[in-house]
Design a protein. Structure first.
Length: 391
């Protein structure tokens, strides 16, 4: 098939600047390059880092880059925003879409795959495109969404990252065209053992410490504050320590910085039990996870999927998490899942349980490693193309 991939317009493909959705796109493009399955054209914002990327030499994956950062483009974006009001997205994304469309409309594709952008589906369906696939990684299309009926009816297939998100889309209407495609990671990066300069001693821990690790963005939705509250309840057990792995990546950086400062103030009385690593490059994350005894990822919002859950499992870590969104689908049966009601005490009790039961930890670690195999990038790519080919 001849396919077009239309990104949401925020980060480039190849994923030289990171991004969860962008990495997932790279996974299936890498697989397509190896297997030579389909002729794919990817429309993406341009970034100078993509220029020398090896992916651009593919014979089956083609990249069309849209300039959104030059002075000329920035002026044009602003002008577009001034002339076009009340569009689905902000002027930045809408300008990007129109630049893509100026090239897309001269091509004939079997299907256009829209990554996490129902607003683009709305515009294309109104322009009489009827072979559209929407791939959703967030709760962006439900009965409360803008133009939800028009968007839903204009799509041939909706792929959702979890059954939770599938359920949210189904509030518009249940349909066979909504299918779950679980997200994935490169599990080998987390399971392989390599020599690393990162060890307990380098981070101020000892071999006797019982290290909990939190990994991911640090914001109010992710439950970091509640986790610190649980550690405060465990302050009389000196061996229990917490490593907070991550930084403030998205959103309002000023507010998030203030939030991190508030966490450190809260933890002042137990500061010797906590270690904030700050931002860690993704390729180094496995080295940090490996020094921990357990992972605690207490998401307080309805998490669409939870890639950090899979990363912890692939690292062979016993896991404590919350009943939030799509998380139970990933780790039910291999993790301790606590309820969000009275979450601080629930976390404390779950941590104590694993602290006192090393054999249970070993069993959970083995089960987590096995479960993580379900979410490898190869299986993800195979399932992605199987869904497209079924149309």
């Amino acid at each position: 098939m001849k396919l077009a991939i239309l990104t949401c317009g925020m980060l480039p493909i190849p994923a030289v600047l990171g991004g969860a959705v962008e990495n997932l796109i790279d996974f299936y493009l890498e697989y397509n390059d190896r297997k030579k399955l389909h002729d794919i054209t990817v429309y993406s914002p341009w970034d100078p880092k993509v220029t020398s990327h090896s992916a651009l030499s593919s014979s089956v994956n083609h990249y069309v880059f849209i300039d959104v950062t030059s002075l000329k483009a920035r002026v044009a974006r602003r002008l577009y925003g001034y002339l076009h009001h009340d569009e689905y997205y902000n002027y930045f994304i809408e300008y990007y879409f129109e630049k893509v469309y100026s090239q897309l409309k001269y091509q004939n594709y079997d299907y256009i795959i829209l990554e996490n952008s129902p607003g683009h589906a709305y515009k294309l369906s109104k322009r009489v495109y009827n072979k559209l696939v929407l791939h959703l990684n967030n709760d962006l299309l439900n009965s409360k969404s803008r133009y939800h009926e028009d968007i839903f009816n204009g799509l041939s297939l909706i792929l959702t990252c979890s059954n939770y998100i599938k359920g949210r889309v189904s509030t518009i209407q249940p349909a066979n065209k909504i299918r779950t495609l679980y997200n994935a990671i490169d599990t080998k990066k987390f399971t392989s053992l390599n020599v690393s300069p990162i060890n307990r001693e380098s981070l101020g821990f000892t071999e006797k410490d019982f290290i909990l690790v939190y990994s991911g963005r640090i914001n109010k939705d992710k439950g970091v504050s509640e986790l610190i509250d649980a550690i405060l309840l465990l302050k009389d057990i000196p061996e229990i320590k917490l490593m907070i792995l991550g930084g403030t990546f998205y959103g309002n950086a000023i507010n998030e910085d203030e939030f991190v400062s508030s966490l450190k103030m809260k933890a002042e009385s137990i500061k010797r039990k906590l270690h904030f690593t700050g931002f860690i490059p993704y390729e180094n994350v496995p080295n940090y996870l490996r020094i921990a005894d357990i992972a605690v990822l207490p998401s307080m919002w309805e998490e669409p999927f939870g890639l950090t859950i899979v990363e912890a499992m692939a690292s062979g870590l016993p896991l404590i998490t919350t009943r939030s969104g799509g998380i139970p689908e990933i780790c039910e049966g291999v993790a301790t899942i606590v309820e969000k009601e009275n979450v601080v005490n629930n976390l404390k009790e779950a941590i104590l349980d694993l602290y006192h039961h090393p054999e249970k930890r070993r069993q959970m670690a083995a089960a987590a490693l096995e479960r993580a195999k379900m979410f490898d990038k190869k299986s993800y790519a195979e399932n992605f193309f199987a869904a497209i080919e079924s149309l």
